[in-house]
Write a protein that binds this ligand. Structure first.
Ligand code: PMT
Length: 292
């Protein structure tokens, strides 16, 4: 293990152990916990182990560990001085004091993006819907603004965007909200119940209109069908510089999972990526942002 001292202490861990111990769920969970604190894990290699068994658990070769550290340090500087707005999580649209319309977003993808940008030195404004209390940010250069509804998220983003270099809109924003919020808990009568919905602001489209030269706007498209053509349409309509498509048809992609499978689509190009952890997916997205 290596202790790296910057604005905050960072730990890079290169684990080495027998294959069963590495594959054990408690080891995997512990590694995830370490990563959730902002530490970095260099995965072990596969090959002969001290026990004479063969499998995943060999400490990564020292020259590869050094290469990882070099890449880590070079990336740390790459967004220094930049300001990035990120939206994450779901929005909740109140029906009455005890009920809301929501969705399954956990915030994991948005938090991974925030951590990756902060790790590369950016000042991050993270506008975040209601997520589990276990979702924590790990860097002092992430400023978190908690909101509940699409309207609140819209107000926060509209205010912040003019002073940002980039925005990445990963939140799952409700497109509709109840027209009226009941002041008291709605009682069951036995009759059918109708809730009239009004459209919410389209945050992405508004920021797309506000976008000035030199600003970059990145959107997501969560699709269930006609994935690419829907994503292409959103790219144009919302004036994104690129859009990150994820489909609920792909196992391990989308809501709540620790992994995602994406396609990055620009006006004249598209690139498919394999299923990866959301932390690795965030790296691919931020690499594309930096390339632009
Ligand atoms: O949070 P996780 O559990 O990790 O899940 C991650 C995710 C699946 C939520 C994420 O990867 C994702 O796909 N986020 C976008 C979800 C979504 O609302 O997609 P959309 O295709 O409906 O919206 C298109 C884009 O417009 C998105 O960038 C969205 O943030 C934005 N939008 C949508 C509606 C609205 N009223 N305002 C918006 O800004």
């Amino acid at each position: 293990a290596f202790l790296l001292n910057r604005s905050s202490d960072l730990l890079v861990i290169a684990p080495a152990m027998d294959l069963d111990m590495y594959a054990h769920p408690s080891t995997q969970q512990n590694l995830k916990t370490l990563q959730s604190y902002g530490n970095h894990v260099i995965e072990p290699g596969t090959g002969f182990l001290a026990s004479k068994l063969e499998g995943k658990g060999r400490m990564e070769e020292p020259e590869n560990i050094v290469a990882c550290l070099e890449q880590f340090f070079s990336q740390q500087e790459s967004l220094r001085g930049k300001k990035v707005l990120i939206t994450a999580g779901p929005t909740y649209e109140k029906i009455d004091p005890v009920r809301f319309i929501g969705n399954y977003s956990s915030g994991k993808m948005g938090f991974a993006l925030a951590n990756e940008c902060a790790n590369r030195g950016a000042q991050v404004e993270l506008v975040c819907g209601t997520v589990s209390s276990s979702m924590q940010v790990n860097y002092p250069n992430i400023h978190r603004i908690n909101v509940e509804s699409a309207q609140e998220m819209f107000e926060a983003c509209k205010e912040l965007f003019p002073s940002m270099d980039s925005a990445i809109l990963c939140a799952a924003v409700a497109d509709f909200a109840p027209e009226k919020v009941a002041e008291q808990k709605i009682k069951r009568t036995g009759d059918e119940m109708v809730i009239r919905l009004k459209p919410n602001p389209d945050i992405a489209a508004s920021l797309g209109q506000m976008k000035k030269q030199g600003q970059t706007l990145v959107g997501f498209a969560l699709e269930t069908n006609d994935e690419e053509s829907n994503a292409q349409a959103k790219l144009k309509k919302k004036n994104f510089d690129f859009i990150v498509l994820n489909s609920l048809k792909d196992e391990g992609a989308g809501f709540r999972t620790d992994t995602n499978k994406i396609t990055i689509i620009t006006a004249d190009n598209k690139k498919d990526y394999p299923l990866k952890s959301k932390e690795e997916v965030a790296k691919d997205i931020i690499d594309e942002l930096e390339r632009l």
